[in-house]
Design a protein around this ligand. Structure first.
Ligand SMILES: *Cc1c(COP(=O)(O)O)cnc(C)c1O
Length: 382
C-alpha cells in the first residue's frame, strides 16, 4: 500500500500545493528568528500563574466563562492605562493568539466572494488566514523604503474595493510604523470604495506597538465603527507560549465575532494564566524598555558594520542588503546559522530580520555579522 498524499484527499482546490506556516524551530545556541521575548517570565509571576491555574483546575469539570468577562475587563484596563484612551470591556475581545482574532475577523467580515488587502512585504499570516477562510487576497504596494505610500495604497483600495484592509504597524518584517494620517486616509478610502453594505473593515495589527517610538493608534477608534486594533501578549508581555491575543473596536465588532467564534474557545487555564500575567504588567513592560535599547543598539552597530538597516519600531530589525552576487539573503542566513545564530529569511529579496535578544545573544549575532561582512568583502576584493 502506498502512503496517502495530501493531494489524494478531497482537499479544497485553493489549498492544493500550498505549504503551512513554518518558521524553522532549529536547536541552535542563539535563536533570534521569531520575535519572541528572550526573557523567561519572572519567578513571582510563575508562582502566581501556578496559584491561579490551580484554582481554575478545581473547576475544570465545567466549561470556562464563554465570554471571558474578567479577562476582557483587565485587558480594557491595560489599554486605557497605557494609551490614555478610555476602553471598556464591551470593546474588547480575546482569543487564542491574535492569529485567532484575525481568523475570527475574516470569518465574520471576509469569506468566499470577498477580498482582503495587505501592503507587502508584511505579516505573512494575513494572507494565509485569508486563504484559510476562503477570502480572496490582494497584495498592495509599499514604497522603496518599506513605508506605505498613502496615495498608491488609496489607489489600490479604490481599484479593488476590498472588504477588509490590513495595516500592520509596526510592520513585520520591516519594522516600520504607520502614522495616524496614513491610517485615516486608508480608512476613508476603504469606506468610500464600498458605500453600500456598511463599508469595509480596517484592521490595524499592533502586535509590536509596545516597542514603538510612536503612540498606539487606538485613539482613532472613536467614531470609527469599522476600525479594529489587534493586539497580542506574545511579544511585549513575553508570553508567546500562552496564546493570548485580543482586539479593541466598536462593541458591534465584538458582537460580530461572537457569531463565528467556537463556543468556549478560550480555556479556563488560558484565562487564568493571562489574568496572572496582567497582574505583573509593570514588570513585564520593564523588559520592553530593555529590549528597545537593545533594538536601537542593533540598528546602530549593524550600520557601523556596513549593513543597511530599516528604521525599526519593533523588537526586531530588518537588515541587508545581501546582493545575489554575494549569496543573497539565503546565503547570509546560512552563513549566520553556521556561526550558531538563527535569524529569519522572510523572502524579502536581499534582506533578513533579526529579533532583539539578550545583550549576550545580540553580541553573538553582531560578531557573526562582522565575520560575514568580512568574508563578503574579502570575496569581492579577491
Ligand atoms: C507575532 C505577530 C502576531 C502574534 O500572533 P499571536 O497569534 O498573537 O502569537 C500578530 N501579528 C503580527 C504582525 C506578528 O508579527
Amino acid at each position: 500500500m502506498t502512503a496517502t498524499r495530501i493531494d489524494d484527499l478531497p482537499l479544497r482546490d485553493e489549498l492544493r500545493g500550498k505549504f503551512p506556516y513554518g518558521a524553522p524551530q532549529l536547536d541552535v545556541p542563539v535563536r533570534l528568528n521569531t520575535n519572541e521575548n528572550p526573557y523567561p517570565l519572572p519567578d513571582a509571576l510563575v508562582a502566581r500563574i501556578a496559584e491561579r491555574v490551580t484554582e481554575a483546575a478545581r473547576h475544570l469539570n465545567r466549561y470556562p466563562d464563554r465570554d471571558a468577562v474578567e479577562l476582557r475587563e483587565k485587558l480594557a484596563g491595560y489599554l486605557t492605562r497605557t494609551t490614555g484612551h478610555p476602553v471598556g470591556r464591551a470593546q474588547v475581545w480575546a482569543a487564542n493568539g491574535s492569529n485567532e482574532i484575525l481568523q475570527q475577523l475574516l470569518q465574520a467580515f471576509g469569506g468566499p466572494g470577498r477580498q482582503a488587502i495587505g501592503f507587502e512585504p508584511s505579516y505573512s499570516m494575513h494572507a494565509l488566514i485569508a486563504r484559510g477562510t476562503g477570502t480572496g487576497w490582494l497584495s498592495g504596494p509599499r514604497g522603496e523604503d518599506f513605508t506605505i505610500d498613502a496615495p498608491a495604497a488609496r489607489q489600490a483600495i479604490a481599484a479593488h474595493r476590498p472588504h477588509v484592509v490590513f495595516v500592520c504597524s509596526p510592520n513585520n518584517p520591516t519594522g516600520t510604523a504607520v502614522d495616524a494620517a496614513t491610517v485615516l486616509a486608508l480608512y476613508d478610502a476603504a469606506q468610500a470604495a464600498r458605500p453600500e453594505g456598511g463599508g469595509a473593515l480596517v484592521v490595524v495589527d499592533e502586535a509590536y506597538t509596545e516597542f514603538s517610538h510612536h503612540p498606539s493608534l487606538l485613539p482613532l477608534l472613536a467614531g470609527r465603527p469599522n476600525l479594529v486594533i489587534s493586539r497580542t501578549m506574545s511579544k511585549a508581555f513575553g508570553a508567546a507560549g500562552l496564546r493570548l491575543g485580543y482586539l479593541a473596536a466598536d462593541p458591534a465588532v465584538v458582537d460580530a465575532v461572537q457569531l463565528v467564534r467556537l463556543p468556549y474557545h478560550l480555556s479556563a487555564v488560558t484565562q487564568a494564566t493571562a489574568l496572572a500575567a496582567l497582574e505583573h504588567t509593570d514588570t513585564l513592560l520593564g523588559y520592553v524598555a530593555q529590549l528597545k535599547a537593545e533594538r536601537d543598539r542593533l540598528v546602530t552597530e549593524l550600520r557601523a558594520l556596513g549593513c543597511r538597516v530599516t528604521d525599526s519600531d519593533a523588537n526586531f530589525v530588518q537588515f541587508g542588503r545581501f546582493e545575489e552576487a554575494d549569496g543573497g539573503a539565503r546565503g547570509a542566513w546560512r552563513a549566520l546559522l553556521d556561526r550558531g545564530v538563527l535569524v529569519r529569511d522572510n523572502g524579502v529579496p536581499g534582506w533578513l530580520r533579526v529579533t532583539a535578544g539578550t545583550p549576550e545573544e545580540n553580541d553573538a549575532f553582531l560578531d557573526a555579522v562582522r565575520e560575514l561582512m568580512k568574508a563578503i568583502n574579502e570575496r569581492r576584493n579577491a
